[in-house]
Design a protein around this ligand. Structure first.
Ligand code: AHR
Length: 675
């Protein structure tokens, strides 16, 4: 949205008129107006770069929490496509076979094990006794979102048994069983064969299901029954949801952290994330219960598993698509310390360390190395150019430090160029944090991950958090943060404007300290409207749509205006860190030839600000992106996805001087071209 607005002297004289009018009316209003009218004189020193901004400054934290992978980013629409869940029929319904025990009239499905050792353990053996009666239905991930006229690829493996089954019929149905588009497959032979067809819905439906019926009677075996929209991100077959990746891409992320989060560690070591089990042919990737399946009693998600349809190859590919540096985080032989805290004895750590070394080879190795060859066979002979690797997620205590040292030694001796990210535990302060930092500093580590899930006030009060950090010590990865409107992980937390605005205030502090802070990411990234466990989240989606929260727009405004060089902005020689409820940071972008100022006004009054750009030769016309709301409790929603979203106004400066009225409760990003 574009609004024409000139500011400067014209604005100030309008203000004077307003003041005079107010004078006549009330002394009380006059007081307010006088403070409102006081102009803050800010100086931007464009002549000197304080420090280079890392291209990784603003990135993305991805974790398979809240149905973010299966049921979310991964566009698969069939839940439990290969009958591997703990309850192997979960997600599948046989409405006409419930009487089976008494009177098996229509048919039934037996989940059956393949013989021998197999990562894909099960298939379904179906006996159709009454051709018109037997139905097998998949309910999708809390339904399936289908769009009228769009094309959906259905694929499966099948092997016909005894009898005369000649067709597998597939249809979309709505809640009342009405058919919304159908197709069929003619299976041939008793050997396992792959089959494909397409379905085109005649109606858009948010909670469709897939119905399977058969022509003929007899037996048939099916496996890997899979359904994807054809229109995926970059048109990749059986790929990622386009709308969600677009939202990520629009953020212009500097890095992609994956696969988490606590999911890296697992509730137990057996349930930890093992990257080697997530690469290679999709059907052979061994399913794992998602650790968030059972984490919160108030949000049980018994149908939450990891098919690893998005595995490490796909994460690297996504990072490449987004132009983001890949940042994998690996477990270090410690299960989540909030759960079992299971430990691998130090003398048994080798396989875990080897996983890290092999991952580096998988990402960067030549195609004639064993893991480089696997990457190449999967379709990417070129290296993924991975520069960073994280060891441990939210570990704490001496148990972490002693394991970290072993990883560090092994990685650095083979790959000295790899930058290792270590962690300081789950909290931004306290004993674990202090101990972690002290030890990691002593070890002279490169980057330390910090996590903070705190109140909006904490974020506003901590804009100076990094001002005193040792410039010569390890750099900081603000790897997980989000303002919690109620308390950490409360289901009542809201992604409201107060939280987003407070994060914006805090982020000016991250940016001002770019000398120390090298990477930052909000967490968690996204949530399914019907399948979430954790709030707040940056993006929301259902099976048809997705939208960004106000916090998303804050992230986007910082990340798309990250600049290349930090410059100073001050009032009376001091940085703006909350005085008069104002926060500020400034950068130049030497590539785009821009000067960018970020201003956050957390006051409930508008504030007048003059800007003096020293040492810059600016084009007189520029723009201001403004994110604001009068209502701190306001949120975006599926109905009003852009309720809080940036508005662009045209602005001017005259010979490097200008002024602007900052709206109450606002983030304003001012941008001028440099000549
Ligand atoms: O972002 C949600 C969780 O919060 C992450 O999995 C974990 O690292 C942190 O405790």
């Amino acid at each position: 949205m574009e609004n024409k607005k000139t500011f400067n002297k014209q604005n100030r004289s309008k203000m004077k008129v307003r003041l005079v009018t107010v004078l006549i009316f009330s002394k009380f209003v006059l007081c307010l107006s006088l403070s409102y009218a006081q102009e803050r004189k800010l100086v931007v020193n464009a002549a000197n770069t304080v420090i280079k901004i890392q291209p990784t400054m603003y990135g993305i934290f991805f974790e398979d929490i809240n149905f973010a992978a299966d049921g979310g980013l991964y566009a698969e629409m069939i839940k439990n496509r290969s009958f591997e869940f703990t309850d192997p029929k979960m997600g599948w319904v046989e409405p006409n076979s419930q009487k089976y025990y008494m009177n098996p009239t229509s048919g039934f499905a037996h989940v059956t094990r393949y013989s021998g050792e197999n990562t894909n353990r099960n298939y379904v053996h179906i006996k159709v006794e009454d051709t018109s009666g037997y139905k097998l239905i998949n309910e999708g991930f809390r339904g399936m979102g289908i769009v009228e006229g769009a094309v959906y690829n259905l694929s499966l493996f099948g092997a016909v048994g005894e009898g005369n089954i000649s067709k597998i019929n597939v249809s979309f149905i709505d809640a009342d069983g009405n058919e919304l588009g159908s197709s069929s497959i003619s299976p041939k032979g008793s050997d396992w064969e792959p089959y494909e067809t397409v379905l085109i819905p005649i109606k858009t439906e948010a909670k469709a299901k897939l119905l399977i019926t058969f022509d003929g009677t007899g037996t048939i075996d099916l496996d890997m029954i899979s359904l994807f929209p054809q229109d995926t991100w970059k048109g990749r077959k059986n790929g990622l949801r386009k709308d969600i990746v677009q939202l990520l891409s629009d953020m212009n992320p500097g890095f992609l952290r994956f696969p988490g989060g606590c999911i890296v560690e697992g509730r137990t070591l057996a349930q930890r994330y093992q990257w080697k089990k997530t690469v290679g042919p999709i059907a052979d990737r061994e399913l794992l219960i998602n650790r968030w399946n059972t984490e919160f009693n108030h949000r049980p998600t018994p149908d939450y598993f990891q098919s690893f349809g998005i595995g490490f190859y796909e994460y690297f590919q996504l990072a490449e698509d987004l132009g983001a540096a890949p940042l994998p985080i690996l477990g270090c032989g410690m299960a989540c310390q909030f759960n079992t805290g299971e430990l691998v004895p130090l003398e048994d750590l080798d396989p875990y360390v080897q996983d890290a070394l092999d991952l580096i080879e998988f990402a960067n190795g030549d195609t004639n190395t064993p893991w480089g060859q696997i990457r190449s066979e999967m379709g990417h002979p070129e290296p993924f150019l991975m520069k960073y690797i994280g060891i441990g997620n939210e570990q704490w205590g001496p148990e972490y430090i002693e394991r970290y040292k072993i990883f560090e030694k092994a990685i650095k001796s083979k790959y000295p160029e790899l930058i290792i990210v270590s962690g300081s535990g789950p909290f931004p302060d306290g004993d674990y944090f202090e101990y972690g930092w002290e030890q990691l500093k002593e070890l002279n580590t490169e980057i330390v991950d910090e996590h903070y899930y705190r109140s909006p006030e904490w974020f506003r009060e901590n804009a100076t958090r990094y001002d005193e950090y040792d410039r010569g010590g390890p750099k900081v990865f603000a790897g997980e943060y989000a303002a919690q409107s109620v308390e950490i992980a409360s289901p009542e937390n809201k992604s409201n404007w107060e939280c987003a605005l407070s994060e914006a205030a805090f982020m000016t502090g991250l940016e001002r300290n770019a000398e120390v802070v090298y990477l930052t990411s909000y967490a968690p990234l996204m949530a399914h409207a019907d399948g979430w466990q954790w709030t707040p989240d940056l993006l929301w989606f259902n099976n048809l749509e997705s939208y960004g929260t106000p916090n998303y727009y804050v992230q986007k405004m910082f990340a798309t205006n990250s600049g290349t060089d930090l410059i100073a902005i001050s009032e009376d020689g001091k940085p703006l860190v909350g005085q008069h409820q104002l926060y500020a940071s400034a950068v130049t972008d030497f590539n785009k030839k821009q000067l960018i100022v970020k201003l956050v006004n957390t006051s409930k009054e508008a504030q007048e600000v003059s800007l003096n750009f020293n040492g810059a030769n600016l084009a007189s016309n520029g723009e201001a992106q403004i994110l604001s709301s009068n209502d701190l409790t306001k949120e975006n929603s599926f109905e009003l996805p852009m309720a809080i979203s940036p508005v662009v106004e045209q602005i001017k400066n005259s010979k490097g001087k200008g002024s602007i009225s900052l709206k109450k409760n606002s983030l304003t990003v001012i941008k001028f071209k440099t000549k």
